[in-house]
Each structure stands twice: as C-alpha cells, then as structure tokens.
Design a protein around this ligand. Structure first.
Ligand SMILES: Cc1cc2nc3c(=O)[nH]c(=O)nc-3n(C[C@H](O)[C@H](O)[C@H](O)COP(=O)(O)O)c2cc1C
Length: 182
C-alpha cells in the first residue's frame, strides 16, 4: 500500500466520514484542512476531500488546492446532488483547475451527503423563482438525507483499492513500455 495523506474539509461531517473511511482503508494519515497539514512530499498519494458549495469545492479547500504541488492526487467530494451527475463531475474539473503545478490526478470519488437542514429551510422559504424551490429539489434532499451510508463507505474503501491497482498497472506498463507514460 502506498503512503496516503487524506486531507478533508467538512462542516457537517459528511466529507469527514468519507475521509475517515479512506484513511482506514489506506492506513494513511488523516488531516483536517484547518489543521495545517504537514509537508506533503513524504506522501505517495494525497487525497483531497471537500463538500460542494455552489457547484465547486468549498472555500477552505478552494484555498488549499493551489498549495498542493507535484503530488499524485485523489479528489473526493460529497454533495447534495446525485452521484456522478454533470454537476458533480464539473466540480471535479473546477477542483483540478485550482491545484498547484505538477499534480497528477489518479482518481476521483464522490457520494451524496445530507444537506444541512437550516439550508433546506432557507431554500423552502425562497421565492417561487428560486431554482431550488421545487419538488425535484425536495426529493433530492430527501434522497441525500441518509448519506453517506454504509454502502458509500464500502465504496470509498474499494476506491482506495482501485487506486492502488491503477498504480500497479501503471508501473507495469510504463516500465515495460515508456510510451504509455505520457
Ligand atoms: C451553502 C451550501 C451550498 C451548497 N451547495 C451545493 C451545491 O452547489 N451542490 C451540491 O450538490 N450540494 C451543495 N450543498 C450540499 C453539501 O455539499 C453537502 O450537504 C455536503 O455533503 C456537506 O458536506 P459536509 O457535511 O462535509 O460539510 C451545499 C450546502 C451548503 C450548506
């Protein structure tokens, strides 16, 4: 197993729960982004987790991403929207764009996370022209309300294994045939 640093940002605990599952599965070191993570050069994989705010990484992780350089990176996110939909995928692109120079992204993982009830209440009170004030949104929030669940945490642990497998394959093919290493 590679040496992992798992760094997360979380307000209501969803992303932290996923980060803990990844740290457990990888045997890696877990850091809250608020706690000044150490020099990352000592790590072979740096997993960076955030919650979605307005379609992108939350503000704390947004500030942290540009400080990460020359690292092999995994991005993970929790969100109110459905897993893997366009909104969630675009957020990965936004996070990747903010990373410092020389980073190599080797995997992404996302899962739903329950939305803060205070925010839901505010949205329900919003005017009829608010795009979140709809039956669809209410149903989505309800679906999100049970996540992350056991299945999400199992998927997070499996994801760690998949990343390790990817690295093994990559080493195999790039050492045998350097033309793949581009
Ligand atoms: C102010 C605010 C904005 C949010 N914006 C989005 C969003 O754009 N897209 C989305 O899918 N979820 C959004 N969410 C939902 C959170 O990303 C989701 O609940 C997340 O799991 C919270 O993570 P945490 O528990 O680690 O803080 C938002 C939540 C808040 C409080």
């Amino acid at each position: 197993m590679s040496k992992w640093a798992v760094i997360y940002s979380s307000v209501t605990g969803n992303t932290k729960t996923v980060a803990e599952a990844m740290a457990r599965a990888s045997g890696g070191d877990l850091f809250n982004v608020n706690d000044n993570p150490p020099n990352l050069e000592q790590y072979e994989i740096v997993a960076l987790g955030y919650w979605l705010k307005r379609g992108g990484p939350d503000p704390l992780m947004k500030n942290f991403l540009p400080t990460v350089h020359n690292a092999r990176v995994v991005l993970f996110e929790t969100h109110g929207t459905e897993n893997g939909n366009e909104h969630a995928v675009t957020a990965f692109a936004r996070a990747a764009y903010l990373l410092g120079a020389g980073c190599d992204i080797i995997g992404t993982f996302d899962c739903q996370g329950k939305v803060n009830p205070a925010l839901i209440e505010r949205r329900k009170q919003a005017g009829a022209d608010d795009p979140h004030n709809s039956v669809d949104s209410v149903e989505r929030w309800e679906r999100a309300s049970i996540h992350p669940d056991e299945d999400d945490l199992r998927r997070a642990a499996e994801f760690v294994e998949k990343v390790e497998q990817k690295l093994i394959l990559r080493q195999k093919y790039t050492s045998a045939a350097p033309r793949f290493n581009r």
